[in-house]
Design a protein around this ligand. Structure first.
Ligand code: GLN
Length: 454
């Protein structure tokens, strides 16, 4: 813990940690010491972690990287962080992210962008998003692991951009209670770690049934670490032809081919599969996620949380809402609220929102079909490229940024577990990740397949 605290102090330029909590860390580390001396030491005992700013941590600033939550210190602890603390983990501080987890580059944060510890010459790169601070902190050894959340790729894409491992579990595996909501039917928490074994250990500590979240599943949590045998003989790995997209760089094609060969050498059977509705995933996601976000973000009204605009004589409640929200939200969040409100409005609900929901069902069925046909896991690239430069995509049309999520959003729409593991480098030596998608509730198997890729 002391080692990490001093690394954090000297790594300010990465802008990964945005609220440091050294007092909390030392207190928790001392308590962990006592537990270890007493012979009661779970695997996470004394492990120093970074916590994404989206998690409510009791008495500690939790702002979702938004100006609208300025000064907000929750009265309660999220279930995931509470589970980790109960297992003896230590919180070093809160980590940078895109505002309300909307983004793929950590550039929508009120704290300014986080920086990727990997760089090419003097070109500074994004660590990805929205869990950019988490990825940067783990990759730069500022903490041993971090929490992330993933609504459309926010654990897997930053993991790929920084050369670390990140798993988004099955929807319902981790409680969402106390995690600031973005798109409730898609959001899931998960670990961001240095390797697959750490991911298995940390996931087990984070997840489990929680009566405070009605979508949390009441099913047993296996010992994920014990399932890491590296034996994948006879497993069927699907290679979805629709993920072979025009314009995919050669190095991504090669990464994918190399990963396929590695799994084959380890005894897996490789099968070409089809997920025919893949091309509709991105448009469906960018209707459903903003729709849910516009509803979830209605609560930031200047009364209940954080920021309230200064009002003038004669201003009423409407002016308070308008000014608070105009000042508190950044541009990307406003864009999503407007898109979401539009697709939910009476005249357009059927044309956009309902249609997107139907598409979502078809995407889910595509996966159900291939799993029913005996496929155990699906291998794809995690991202269409390596990390891009800071500022490079923000000036472009927002759709360019959204295209980053092309390989990851299907997994959230279908509620499946997905993991990104570092699997190679591009021409410039930057890390690239491969994604494995598994059957629902079979994270143990998925982690084991990822372990064989490591
Ligand atoms: N990049 C996606 C978005 O902007 C996904 C974000 C996430 O998973 N939280 O919505």
């Amino acid at each position: 813990t002391e080692g990490c605290l001093s690394e954090i102090d000297s790594a300010g330029a990465l802008n990964a940690f945005v609220h440091n909590t050294p007092d909390v860390a030392r207190e928790q580390a001392n308590a962990a010491d006592e537990r270890i001396k007493g012979g009661d030491a779970p695997a996470m005992c004394g492990i120093p972690l970074g916590i994404k700013d989206l998690f409510c941590t009791k008495g500690v600033a939790s702002q979702a990287a938004s100006g609208v939550l300025d000064g907000f210190k929750p009265e309660y602890e999220s279930t995931v962080t509470q589970n980790l603390f109960d297992a003896g983990a230590v919180m070093l501080g809160k980590l940078n992210m895109d505002e309300f987890a909307m983004g793929s580059s950590n550039e929508t944060s009120v704290y300014g962008n986080a920086v990727n510890p990997w760089k090419v010459d003097d070109r500074h790169l994004t660590p990805g998003g929205s869990s950019g601070g988490s990825a940067s902190a783990v990759a730069a050894d500022l903490c041993l692991a971090a929490t992330g959340t993933d609504t459309g790729g926010s654990i897997r894409q930053p993991a790929a951009f920084t050369g670390i491992t990140g798993i988004k579990p099955t929807y319902g595996r981790c409680s969402r209670w106390g995690i600031v909501a973005f798109a409730s039917s898609l959001d899931q928490a998960g670990p961001m770690t240095k390797d697959v074994r750490d991911a298995a250990i940390m996931l087990e500590a984070m997840c489990g049934h929680d009566p405070k979240d009605s979508t949390s599943a009441d099913i047993p949590v296996p010992d994920f670490e014990a399932m890491l045998t590296g034996d994948i003989k006879g497993k069927v790995i699907g290679i979805p032809r629709e993920y072979r997209m025009d314009g995919t760089p050669d190095e991504i094609e090669k990464l994918w081919a190399d990963g396929t060969a590695m799994l084959k050498d380890a005894g897996a059977e490789i099968r070409d599969i089809s997920l025919p509705h893949t091309k509709y995933a991105l448009p469906a996601y960018y209707v459903i996620a903003p729709a849910e976000a516009s509803s979830n973000l209605a609560r930031y009204d200047g009364v209940r949380y954080g920021h309230r605009a200064k009002l003038e004589q004669g201003d009423g409640i409407t002016e308070m809402y308008e000014k608070t929200r105009a000042e508190g939200f950044g541009d990307e969040v406003k864009r999503r609220v407007m898109v979401g409100t539009y697709v939910l409005s009476a005249g357009f609900y059927d044309a956009y929102y309902n249609r997107a929901r139907k598409v979502r069902t078809l995407i889910k069925r595509d996966f159900e079909q291939v799993f029913a046909d005996g496929v155990d896991a699906i291998l794809t690239p995690a991202t269409p490229s390596a990390a891009f430069g800071l500022g490079e995509m923000t000036d472009a049309d927002p759709v360019q940024m959204y295209l980053n999520d092309v390989f990851t959003v299907t997994v959230n729409l279908a509620g499946l577990p997905g993991i990104s593991v570092p699997a190679g480098v591009d021409k410039q030596g930057l890390p690239l990740g491969l994604q494995l998608i598994g059957r629902p509730w079979e994270e143990g198997d998925l982690l084991n397949t990822a372990y064989a890729l490591e």
